[in-house]
Design a protein around this ligand. Structure first.
Ligand code: C2E
Ligand code: MG
Ligand code: MG
Ligand code: MG
Length: 286
């Protein structure tokens, strides 16, 4: 495309690169004080039992409203925070928020505890104090460590030399591990059996392909079978229609999340749904 556009195309490309760099620099500068200034907030999305519709867990999702830039989506600012190093402080902050909120839900429902998932970026795993920080935050919140699930993408686990030992140690201390967006990264398939994981999350692209045909269900079904063989908990992401939920159940998937059940929402908006549901066990240990 740039070849055909000639020098004009190159100029346009260059301008957009400069815009991107300026925007990233601005985001990085604003992010530096975002945490301390109270500009970050947390939403929770229920993970439900597909049979009953009851919430068994929540995924924690970060939001940033910058006074200067407005609402910035996590897909835009997380990569910037990873490069600037702000991800470490932000990561500790959201983990504390999540653990304390789930502890409050447990108290409000007479001790029944939903488990909570928190997304973790590969940069956080490189921090030499990460394991101690996580354990201190969990223990400080009073949440049993096995009610915390850390979500890591497949690519991050494969790429990071330190990822496997860090996750193995956390798992020994009781924390559980999920592979997020499973099937979309570099394939971790050849050593999945040796990874320290408890949960596989089927990426929403595969859920979106479900259309009642064997072809449409191929990847989802393969992931579910793989999970069953390895004794892992399977969670389907991005369920938007009841047809998808029904098909997932027929394929043997017990848990899912998506707009069909609830959009990510404020803790207060989820109080009734979370504290009234009968609880199930935390994800099975492989
Ligand atoms: P993710 O961890 O895979 O989170 C799921 C994303 O799918 C969320 O987007 C959620 O709002 C969205 N989603 C949920 N149900 C549906 C559905 O039915 N349909 C569609 N189309 N989307 C649905 P969100 O909140 O914009 O987050 C995007 C990504 O940003 C996350 O993907 C995660 O990788 C990252 N992220 C979010 N919060 C954090 C965080 O606290 N720390 C880190 N490191 N990354 C985070
Ligand atoms: Mg996630
Ligand atoms: Mg995901
Ligand atoms: Mg993702």
């Amino acid at each position: 495309e740039s070849k055909r556009a000639g020098s004009h195309g190159w100029r346009a490309y260059d301008a957009s690169m400069t815009d991107r760099r300026n925007r990233d620099a601005l985001l990085a500068a604003e992010l530096e004080h975002a945490c301390a200034s109270g500009e970050l907030s947390v939403l929770y999305q229920p993970i439900v039992d597909l049979t009953t519709g009851d919430a068994v867990a929540v995924e924690t999702l970060l939001r940033w409203h910058s006074p200067a830039l407005g609402a910035v989506p996590p897909t835009e600012f997380i990569p910037v925070a990873e490069r600037s190093g702000a991800i470490h402080e932000i990561g500790r902050w959201i983990l504390g928020q999540a653990c304390r909120q789930v502890r409050r839900w447990a108290d409000a429902s007479g001790g029944q505890i939903v488990y909570v998932t928190v997304n973790v970026s590969p940069r956080q795993l490189e921090d030499p104090t990460f394991i101690d920080d996580v354990m201190a935050i969990v223990e400080g919140s009073g949440l049993p460590p096995d009610k915390l699930v850390l979500e890591i993408t497949e690519t991050a686990i494969v790429d990071q030399r330190t990822a496997i030992p860090v996750l193995t140690t956390l798992r020994k201390r009781g924390v559980r591990i999920a592979i997020d967006d499973f099937g979309t990264g570099y394939s971790a398939l050849h050593y999945l059996t040796r990874l320290p994981v408890d949960v596989l999350k089927i990426d929403r692209t595969f859920v979106g392909q479900l259309n009642g045909t064997r072809q449409g269900a191929a990847v989802t079904e393969a992931i579910i079978r793989l999970g069953q063989i390895l004794g892992l908990t399977i969670v389907a992401e991005g369920i938007e229609t009841s047809a998808q939920a029904t098909e997932l159940q027929a394929l043997g998937c017990a848990l899912g999340q998506g707009y069909l059940f609830s959009r990510p929402a404020d803790a207060a908006d989820l109080d009734a749904m979370i504290t009234s549901a009968p609880r199930r066990e935390s994800p099975a240990r492989a």
